[in-house]
Every structure is written in C-alpha cells, then in structure tokens.
Design a binder for this molecule. Structure first.
Ligand code: UDP
Length: 247
C-alpha cells in the first residue's frame, strides 16, 4: 500500500480508507504518474487466502492499493472500530476509469474471460464509451508458457489501463509477477466484471447491493461458488473471536 493512502489493517492486510471518489482521484494520479501500479479490490475470500498462503499475502502487501470490495470487509472494519469509508466496488472503479479515460485519451486493454465473451465485452465497451480508445483485448484462458506472448501483445498495445478478469487466485499473482514487464500505469484485477460488461453475467439489483447482499446474489446465480463462499462465515467467526486483538 502506498504510504500516503490512509488504511486500516485486517490481519496484516491494509485496506484503503478512501471513499469511492477519493479512490478514483488517487487512481487517476497513478495513471498520470505512469509508473506500473497494481490495484487490488479485495474481499474476505482473498483476505483468507492471504492468511493461508504467505506468497498470496506478500503479493497483497506489494500492491499499490487494496480497496475494500466486499460487504464482509466493510463490516469487519466497522466491527473492530476502525471502519473503512465504504465499499469500493471494482466494477464501478472500472467503469469510472474508462469514463475518465475517454476524456483524457487513455488507452484501455481488456484481458480475461472466454474468447467469445471478451469480444462481446470489447464491443459493449465501444458502445457505452464511444470515444474510449480500445488498445486491445484477449481472452484469459492461456497457460503460463504463453505469458511472454501475452505480455508482448500488451506491451505493443501500450495501454494506460489494463483490466484483468481471470479469477482472483490467478489474476492477482499474475499481475504482481508481470506488472513491471507489462509497464502499464494501472493494472486492476476485475474478476467476473468483464462477463458483466459483456452482459453474460448480471450484477445484483440495486436494492440487494444496498442491503449488502451482493454475495448472496452471486451465490444464487452461480451455485458452484458455494464451496468458496463457505469461507465467509468462517471469516465472520474469526473476526468476532479476534475482535480485541484486532483493535
Ligand atoms: N477466467 C479466465 N481464465 C482462467 C480462469 C477464469 O479468464 O483461467 C475468467 C472466467 O471466465 C471469469 C473470470 O475469470 O470471467 C472470473 O472467474 P471466477 O468467477 O472463477 O473467479 P472469481 O471472480 O470468483 O475470483
């Protein structure tokens, strides 16, 4: 986490205390500074992964900013008396950055999801943001022996913004490993957001987001997430048990 960003630590993982618009301002500065940066939008599943796996924790600690993208994280920081400002959703950051980039002439690259879906996502991006400059796109189903080729393609395209939607276990370590080689000013893991942009997945309705039930909507739509989501009650129990030590 960049030292100028106020943060609250949850089990050693620093979460940004900036609200949505302050986060956007800081990310705009990242882009303007032109140094490679990694934005992590983290939920409790990722936090628990960091506690399980030291390599994942190190990756989180190297990130330039970790934003609280999960009702569970917002709740936990409130519960221990050190609240973050609000949930800062990765998908909303992605749209806002594309919108600002449209005015500033930034180039966007989309990397992730299945080949047919990423094509639709790219078309939708052009439709919603006609002035946006799409530097390129590519699906997210490639093996590590293709990393070099993918990185070369992205370097050639020289985007200002790179959104990677490959699933949190793959995308974050991948970005961390290659951010210097990629040389992109702002790289952000966006998980299923490219599927949502393509219209293949729907985001939860507004009332559910307000009630902090987005996780439930995703579970209902993708029941295969059940096993992964069992970590959520485990996380809540852990925070309640450790409340005094976390303060
Ligand atoms: N995905 C990908 N390459 C992979 C694995 C997943 O591009 O090797 C894409 C997948 O198609 C989906 C996105 O990554 O669009 C998010 O995947 P998932 O829901 O499994 O991850 P999560 O968001 O839960 O971390």
């Amino acid at each position: 986490m960049r030292p100028d960003i106020p943060s609250v630590s949850l089990y050693g993982v620093p979460f940004s205390k900036l609200n949505f618009s302050q986060t956007v301002d800081r990310l705009v500065r990242f882009v303007e500074e032109k140094e490679p940066t990694q934005v992590v939008t983290a939920n409790p599943i990722m936090l628990m992964a960091a506690l399980d796996d030291p390599a994942y924790m190190d990756m989180m600690l190297r990130a330039d900013i970790i934003v609280p993208d999960g009702a569970g994280v917002v709740w936990a920081t409130k519960y221990i008396g050190k609240p973050v400002a609000e949930k800062v959703a990765g998908i909303e950051l992605m749209h806002e950055l594309i919108r600002i980039g449209e005015q500033r002439g930034w180039k966007v690259y989309l990397l992730g999801t299945a080949p047919d879906t990423i094509e639709v996502a790219a078309a939708k991006l052009k439709e919603r943001y006609p002035k946006a400059i799409l530097a390129g796109y590519r699906d997210g189903y490639f093996k590590s022996d293709q990393d070099r080729k993918v990185i070369e393609e992205i370097r050639q395209a020289a985007p200002d913004l790179l959104f990677v939607g490959r699933g949190a276990d793959t995308q974050e370590p991948w970005i961390d490993r290659y951010k210097e080689a990629l040389g992109v000013p702002l790289v952000m893991g966006v998980g299923g957001s490219l599927d949502i942009l393509a219209g293949k997945l729907k985001r939860a309705p507004g009332w559910m987001i307000k009630l902090r039930l987005e996780w439930f909507y995703r579970l209902a739509k993708e029941p295969t997430r059940f096993k992964r989501m069992l970590v959520l009650p485990k996380f809540a129990m852990k925070v309640m048990r450790d409340k005094e030590n976390l303060k």
